[in-house]
Design a protein around this ligand. Structure first.
Ligand code: C5P
Length: 316
């Protein structure tokens, strides 16, 4: 059935958070070519902002916070935001386009699911713009079609990811955490890191991935030191092979106020868990003084994608 939503003037703005993986267990390659994953996701306070407006065709523009490079952002039909708008339109038989503006605050190709955040934000924004009220389960399914990390960008908080990462189960945890995020001037390609992982494990029989009990227990008890000690990432050795210079930054995890350090997802962003906002700010300042960076501080967990502004009549 084709639905032609009435032409609606106005805009809808959605923000979506970056994700980090507190644990990232990678298993064997599945028959669809993806790796089986068992991960603990956490949404952290770095956000992309997506604004959509009614148009005849689908188009997009992107700009970024001064510290970020846009080099790795595709601006054609392969951009995940464009794919998200087209997927939602096709799903509902909507015959309208949309102008998409993306403001990036999440590192590009940094292992923090910035593209996935844009996909999730665009799904939600178009759903509001077109007045579709897509049921949550359907939206999550469409998100999973767009990419492995996109459903979590809708859900936010702290959650377990299974399947290829797209099956998201919220995890009850207490309290919040402060992270120092050390970004890299150059991004890393996620497929390239998984390929390196395959090279490192060639000939080995990988077990089904698991989530460490110590981590879920530490999260339940809000034991920051134990969370720091339990941080783990099976992609880290592969990311370090591609970017050996990250090792030195990670080894500064012994410094004051840092409870643990890990590469974020497929990298190259690195994460340092701190005991408080104050510690995070001083760790970030020390890194900047050493010439590392860009560096930012982010709390977690934060909410998933949400509408923050709408000037579309009857929508919100
Ligand atoms: O799902 P997404 O588009 O984010 O995945 C990007 C790439 O990362 C995939 O094409 C694949 O090479 C790799 N990947 C994987 N196994 C996963 C998730 C991603 O091999 N579970």
């Amino acid at each position: 059935m084709t639905r032609r939503p009435a032409r609606r003037s106005g805009t809808v703005t959605v923000t979506a958070p970056a994700k980090i993986n507190l644990s990232l267990g990678v298993g064997p390659v599945r028959s669809d070519g993806f790796h089986a994953l068992a991960t603990v996701y956490q949404a952290v306070g770095l956000h992309d902002r997506v604004t959509v407006r009614d148009a005849e065709e689908v188009s997009m523009t992107v700009r970024a916070a001064a510290r970020l490079s846009l080099e790795d952002v595709p601006t054609d039909g392969s951009n995940i935001a464009v794919r998200a708008a087209l997927l939602l339109a096709e799903h509902h038989g909507v015959e309208r386009g949309v102008g998409i503006e993306i403001d990036k605050g999440i590192p590009v190709a940094g292992g923090m699911a910035g593209g996935s955040a844009d996909g999730a934000a665009t799904l939600l924004a178009c759903d509001h713009l077109w007045g579709l009220q897509t049921p949550r389960e359907e939206l999550l399914e469409l998100a999973g079609v767009l990419g492995s990390d996109v459903p979590f960008a809708l859900v936010g908080g702290t959650a377990i990811g299974s399947g290829r990462g797209e099956v998201v189960t919220p995890l009850l945890t207490r309290g919040s955490y402060w992270w120092v995020v050390l970004e890299s001037p150059r991004g890393l390609s996620t497929p390239a890191v998984y390929r390196e992982f395959d090279v490192l494990h060639a000939g080995a029989e990988l077990d089904a991935p698991e989530i460490p009990d110590e981590l879920t227990q530490a999260l339940r008890g809000h034991d920051v030191a134990a969370v720091g000690a339990a941080l783990c990432n099976d992609l880290q050795p592969a990311a370090l092979r591609l970017r050996p210079e990250l090792l030195e930054a990670l080894s500064s995890s012994g410094s004051d106020g840092v409870h643990g350090a890990v590469v974020s997802g497929s990298g190259p962003s690195c994460l340092f868990l701190c005991g408080s906002r104050r510690d995070a700010v001083s760790v970030a300042a020390a890194m900047t003084a050493r010439g590392l960076g860009p560096v930012s501080c982010a709390p977690g967990p934060v909410a998933g994608a949400r509408v923050v502004a709408s000037t579309v009549a009857g929508v919100r």
